[in-house]
Unconditional design. Sequence first.
Length: 202
Amino acid sequence: MLFVQAVTQFSVKDITGVACCGSEEVEHLGLFYHDDGEAFQGHLMWHECFSSSPITPSTEFLLWAPPKLEPEKADIIAFFCRLIGSTFRKRRFPYGFSCPKGAFDLNGDLLEGIIGLTCSSFVLAVFDLAGEPLVVYETWPNRPTDEQKQRKTAQAFLKNGATQEHVDAMLKELPTPRFQPDEVMAAVLAPSPPIAFGSQEP
């Protein structure tokens, strides 16, 4: 996959994009955006652990890619990033396997019935909210290996402080498509999103 820029290379006014990190493959995603003349990063780190903070030299993200959007549309995404960041500074952001399509309302809050999102589906949900979907959701399959990973993740949350009620709600959503970080980055870099599953190589 061709990434556009290292995290050290950006101008604040053009920072809107998707950032990634990982040792040998893409393992975690977040969003870069501008807020009052400063570059920010927003990402779901873990269950009830959402971070919205200025980008510093110690950021865990290594690479980022701006979406192929007109500046005005990129500004809409940045606006919703700021709105969501403000909303979830006041309360916790749940992790879960809910479909990102239509997950947020126009106030930057999760809709009723959304159990939670992953780092990847959070990125998809923000683009969807801005009217710029990255993927064709209906084409994503329920892969057995993905469900295994999702169940393992849910059990890890249970061992690290998540309530049994929340974990049970997560598991009730299975089987459900898993949007892998490398697939979402491929969608960001695609010539004309939204992309169908398998149409763009990670």
